[in-house]
Design a protein around this ligand. Structure first.
Ligand code: MN
Length: 176
């Protein structure tokens, strides 16, 4: 789902959300962000940088560090790369009206020993195949995760924490 659809849904005269990708990306590391979004239904927007945009999923219950808590993640349109720093209030009457906070952010990769381009190529394949494993290096989200598409061409994926030294057995996250 393209960036165009994301931009078309918004009136940039009314909302302070970032508009386009003047900044394509930084350095040699891929970025991720999770934004806590108090829209009509609270959800967490999970975004992975890929080729200068943010591949995006809305996670109603938010990510979990507990491998037994599989989280539904509904893929939504790509967002501009600058969106990863957005916090603020989307005005009433605008698409996704409500407050947005950065819940977590950091870097991610599939293979630490590969460079950014090589990782992007693996992630692209993973998105096509509907299944990929990756490592997050955030403040809250750390270690191995999987994204698994429920059916071919479905927007519905599961975000699952894999068992590793960062995994926890207790439940979940609390909204602000
Ligand atoms: Mn959202």
């Amino acid at each position: 789902m393209g960036l165009k659809e994301c931009l078309q849904k918004r009136n940039f005269g009314e909302t302070s959300e970032p508009k386009d990708s003047k900044v394509l990306s930084y350095q040699d590391q891929l970025r991720f962000v999770v934004q806590e979004h108090h829209a009509s239904h609270l959800h967490y927007d999970f975004r992975l940088e890929l080729y200068g945009v943010l591949k995006s999923w809305a996670i109603p219950k938010g990510p979990s560090m507990n491998p037994s808590e599989k989280r539904l993640a509904v893929q939504v349109e790509d967002h501009p790369f600058e969106y990863r720093t957005f916090e603020g209030t989307i005005p009433q009457g605008q698409y996704g009206a409500g407050q947005v906070y950065i819940w977590d952010q950091g870097t991610y990769f599939i293979e630490e020993t590969l460079n950014k381009k090589e990782n992007e190529s693996l992630i692209e394949k993973g998105l096509e195949n509907g299944h990929f494993n990756f490592i997050l290096k955030g403040q809250k989200l750390k270690g191995f995760f999987s994204l698994i598409q429920l059916k071919d061409h479905s927007k519905q994926w599961l975000l699952i924490k894999k068992k590793d030294e960062f995994a926890i057995k207790t439940s979940s996250i609390e909204p602000k």
